[in-house]
Structures are given as structure tokens and as C-alpha cells.
Design a protein. Structure first.
Length: 566
């Protein structure tokens, strides 16, 4: 007889076994989950204890800086609160390629997937992915869930005007210190906690700066010039209302700039400025008593031979020229003869008084050394008088012209706003010499090479200067440095305006002429027309410089109107 086993009991045992297995699996799953959570928490703790401390240390060095404003209080550089997105590449838990793609989608302006992957695979403890990030972007990146991504609030330097006055302002290093411009000059003051909240006021006027940048940039592009510079200088205080150097850079993204963009043409680049130096030589002749009468004539009937050199005029008059005609026709020959009478010793002393033998006087650290002749032969004395054989910066020229027209007082240029009141200086020439130069400079614009610089009602005076670009051992025959140095209003001068272009091309926009009369002079005219009233000089076409004693000296051929030359 066969006894059957009770089936319900077997089913009961199987059910119990299944429950036990399920409990075991559940416990194992919970243990694994707990281990994963513990691992994540541990990693986060490490990030907070070590990586976070490193990030905080990095951020802490970016101390708040005082703001920089223009002379009217408009912001040029500000310290703002911002978010920073960074990562600890060695502690990334997710797939780096996938994470790089997702970051690139959120921050396409920062870089593509390849760039982000390179940052995520760096063998470093910490690296930035985005500075000055918007809160919305921080939220999106945080939502990716990668614990190695970190976020911090920090202070950031913002240049709200973008590229405006970039070379004057400068930029900061990664640790928050000034690297160039006034940011570098004023670094200690801007970081001083006692001065926090008190902005530093520069001499610049954003309205004048914008006009100069606009006009100079347009001309540089139209004439396809290599570089350009522009200055507006107060002749009585030395304050710079505008300082423009092109090409320019954006201090908010300085890492994208090259060497040429970072160079301040006004203070670092030196040039032979050509005929723009002739009024300076004439002023020396008058002040030293070499020329006592404007009617005195000098032989420019034929080229002047000095040793193995021959000095020629670009637009030869082939006759004897008096002082007004020498400048109106821009005669190299007559100017050289005048300099020869002044002599090497006095010519050197004159240029030294104007600072041509040293770096330009201004707060900026970025300054170029002038090319000063080591030996002053007779030919050196002659050629420097008309702007060859000696190289200076555009700022040197601006300072010299301020001295020429302001009564003869030299004052250093400054980018800091001066308090109201007289600014001391050094007398370089007599008031009588300065008064005569004001007449002569006005005459050049009315009758000579500077006519395209005229701005109706502003009584502009100035001089063109066109020189071949100096190269190693010679001069480039097809490249000019074209400069116009001006002042206005010439009956009571207040401002000097300089425009310079390096290697403009012959194009239709300049009538296929690369001389200063066709390139730099029109820029000066437009800048003065746009900014004169802003600077407090109201146009008045009823007023004029008294030229009654000089105009009769200008010889004209029958039917001739005005004079010509470069």
C-alpha cells in the first residue's frame, strides 16, 4: 500500500522558501543601494572638504575692486556679483563624453563638445568652465546631477562699455590684479578696503571717446590701415578726454586678443611723424631768435645737397619761401635750412624740453622708448626738424602741440581727472612764440595742407605729417604713417586732437592718396564737429584768428586760390 505525501505541506514549504529568497534579495538590494548612497555622500564630503576648499581659495583671491568711471561718472569698469561654474575633473563620476556633450549644448558660446571634453579630462584638481554665468544657466548645469560640477558666487570685473577705452583701462589677471592700463596703475588703490565703494574718476569723456573711436575706426576700415590712434587732450591741464588705439580688444574677453590688439599705439608705438614736427622746429627758430621776422625768406629754389644726401620738397615751389609759406607748402628744404641755423645743440635741447628723448609722460606703465639719434650730425639736425631720423609716440606729439598753443607751458598728460584750478607746468617757450604759432597753424588749415581738417565755426589749426614707414635699414616706399595734429579753437585754444594712421592703402575712399591730408585730416574734422559743443566750445563762424599781418606774405600765382603741399 502506497501512502501519498500531503500536497498542501509541500506547497507551504515552497512558498516559505520563495519568501526567504525574496527577503534575501531585497536585503542585498538595499545594502547595495545604501553602499551607493554612502559612496556618493563620501565623494561629496571629499569635494566639500578638499575640492570645495580649493575652489573657495581660488575665488577668494578675486577681491572686490572699486569702480572706475569717466569724468562725468559714467561707469567704465565695475565689480559685480556673478556665478562661476567649475569642475573637479579627477572626481567626475559620470561618463565624461556624455557630460561634455550636455555641457556644450547648454554653453555653446563657451565651446563645442571637444573643448568641454578637454576640460573634463584635464589632469588637474580644479578648472573653470564659465565665469560670469547667469543664474538660469547655473540651474540648468546643476540639473545634470554631476557632483564634480561646483558653483560659487564671486565678484567679477565687468567692462560695461565693452571695447571702449580698452587700452586706457587695461584688464585683470586671473587672480584679480591689474595687468595693464589704469587697472594696473591703480591696482593697490582699487583693492584698498578703506576706499571700497568710492569710484576712481578718469579724465576720459565717454562721449568724446565714442566719437573718436567711431570716426577713427571707420576711416581705418575704409583705408585698410594696419593700425590707428587718436587723442583728445586738454591743453591747459594735460587731461586726456579720449585715447583710442586700433586694433582694439575686449577686456571682458582678453584671452581672445593677440599682441597687436593689446598694444597701445598712442604710448607704445614710435613713429617718424614727418612734417607734423615742422611747426615745432619753426617755434624753436622764433624762440631762439634765429627768425625774428615772418617775412624772412629761405632758399627752396632747388633741392638741398648736404654731403651725400639730397633734401627735396614733395611739391616744390622752386623759389625762396618766407615762414608762412614754408609751413603752408610744407617745405623740407626751407625747414632744413632753418634747423641748420638753429644748430645741433639748440635743436637737441629744444626736443629734450618737449620730452622727445624719453618715454611719454603719463601714468600708464605701457610706454615705448623713443628712437633718439645717438650722434647729431648736420644732416640729423636738418632731418629731425621735418620729422625724419627721430621716432616718438603720438602722445609725444599731442603734448608738444599743447605746449605750442597754450602759451608755451609743458604739462604731463594724465588719465586722471584733475580738480578745478590751475595745473602747474614747465615753461618751454615764450607766450609770444606760442601766439605766433597759433596764427601759423590756423593759416595751414585755411591755406595749406590742412584744409580738409577744417570744422566750420571751430577755428581749427594744425599740420599734416606724412612719412614713409621705417623698416630695417631703410624706408618702405609704398607705406606711409599719416598724421594730423590739430588744436581748436585757435583764437583761445582748449583742446589738441591727434589722428594717426599706419600704412593706409590707396583706395577710392581717400581718392587714392595716402597722405595725411586725405586720411587723417578728415578724421580730425569730423571728431571736432561731433565733440566741440560737448566740450563746451560752441561754433561761431563770426570769430576768427587775426591773420592780417601774415596773409599778405603768401604769394599766389595769377588765378591761384590757396596753396598746396604735404
Amino acid at each position: 500500500m502506497v501512502v501519498a505525501r500531503p500536497l498542501p505541506a509541500r506547497r507551504g514549504n515552497q512558498r516559505g522558501a520563495l519568501v526567504a529568497v525574496a527577503h534575501t534579495r531585497l536585503m542585498m538590494g538595499m545594502l547595495l543601494f545604501a553602499a551607493a548612497v554612502a559612496l556618493v555622500i563620501g565623494r561629496l564630503a571629499l569635494l566639500a572638504a578638499f575640492g570645495g576648499a580649493e575652489a573657495r581659495a581660488t575665488v577668494a583671491t578675486l577681491a572686490a575692486r572699486s569702480d572706475i568711471v569717466d569724468r562725468n561718472g559714467h561707469p567704465l569698469a565695475r565689480t559685480i556679483d556673478a556665478w562661476t561654474i567649475a569642475v573637479h575633473p579627477r572626481q567626475i563620476m559620470g561618463d565624461k563624453s556624455e557630460l561634455a556633450g550636455r555641457l556644450a549644448a547648454l554653453m555653446p558660446d563657451r565651446g563645442d563638445q571637444t573643448w568641454f571634453h578637454a576640460q573634463l579630462t584635464k589632469d588637474v584638481a580644479f578648472t573653470y568652465l564659465q565665469r560670469r554665468a547667469a543664474p538660469a544657466l547655473v540651474e540648468q548645469v546643476n540639473a545634470l546631477g554631476e557632483p564634480a560640477l561646483v558653483f560659487a558666487r564671486e565678484t567679477q570685473r565687468l567692462y560695461p562699455q565693452s571695447t571702449m577705452a580698452a587700452h586706457a583701462l587695461g584688464f585683470l589677471s586671473a587672480d584679480g590684479h591689474g595687468m595693464s592700463g589704469m587697472e594696473r596703475v591703480l591696482d593697490a588703490q582699487l583693492l584698498d578696503p578703506k576706499a571700497r565703494g568710492v569710484p576712481v574718476q578718469l579724465s576720459l569723456d565717454t562721449r568724446v571717446q565714442a566719437a573718436m573711436e567711431s570716426e577713427l575706426g571707420r576711416a581705418m576700415g575704409a583705408y585698410q590701415a594696419k593700425a590707428a590712434s587718436g587723442l583728445v587732450l586738454d591743453v591747459h591741464t594735460g587731461e586726456l578726454l579720449a585715447m583710442v588705439s586700433l586694433p582694439v580688444f575686449n577686456p571682458n574677453r582678453v584671452g581672445m586678443a593677440g599682441t597687436e590688439q593689446l598694444r597701445n599705439v598712442n604710448t607704445q608705438s614710435v613713429y617718424e611723424l614727418g612734417s607734423a614736427l615742422k611747426p615745432i622746429a619753426i617755434a624753436a627758430a622764433i624762440d631762439y631768435g634765429v627768425v625774428t621776422s615772418m617775412s624772412r625768406r629761405f632758399n627752396a629754389a632747388q633741392p638741398l645737397k648736404v654731403g651725400r644726401f639730397t633734401i627735396k620738397d614733395d611739391h616744390a615751389q622752386n623759389r625762396w619761401l618766407n615762414i608762412p609759406e614754408t609751413l603752408i607748402h610744407s617745405s623740407n628744404i626751407a625747414t632744413a635750412r632753418i634747423a641748420d641755423e638753429i644748430g645741433a645743440a639748440r635743436m637737441q635741447a629744444w626736443f629734450r624740453k618737449l620730452g622727445f628723448d624719453k618715454k611719454p609722460e603719463i601714468e600708464l606703465i605701457e610706454k615705448g622708448r623713443t628712437l633718439w639719434p645717438t650722434f647729431w650730425a648736420r644732416t640729423t639736425t636738418m632731418t629731425t626738424a621735418y620729422g625724419h631720423g627721430m621716432a616718438v609716440t603720438p602722445l609725444h606729439l599731442a603734448n608738444a602741440y599743447a605746449t605750442l598753443v597754450n602759451g608755451g607751458i609743458a604739462r604731463p598728460a594724465t588719465l586722471l581727472k584733475k580738480p578745478a584750478g590751475p595745473v602747474p607746468g614747465t615753461r618751454v617757450m615764450s607766450e609770444a612764440t606760442s601766439a605766433r604759432l597759433r596764427q601759423l597753424l590756423r593759416l595751414i588749415v585755411l591755406e595749406g595742407t590742412g584744409r580738409k581738417a577744417e570744422a566750420p565755426g571751430y577755428r581749427v589749426g594744425g599740420k599734416t605729417g606724412t612719412a614713409e614707414v621705417a623698416t630695417g635699414g631703410g624706408y618702405a616706399k609704398n607705406a606711409n604713417v599719416s598724421t594730423f595734429a590739430a588744436a581748436f579753437p585757435m583764437d583761445a585754444p582748449r583742446f589738441v586732437v591727434i589722428a594717426m594712421m599706419d600704412s593706409p592703402k590707396r583706395v577710392e575712399a581717400n581718392q587714392f592718396q595716402t597722405t595725411a591730408a586725405y586720411t587723417a585730416a578728415p578724421v580730425v574734422s569730423r571728431v571736432i564737429s561731433r565733440t566741440g559743443a560737448i566740450l563746451g566750445v560752441l561754433p561761431d563762424e563770426r570769430r576768427e584768428v587775426d591773420l592780417a599781418d601774415l596773409r599778405p606774405m603768401i604769394w599766389r600765382a595769377p588765378g591761384e586760390v590757396g596753396a598746396h603741399g604735404e
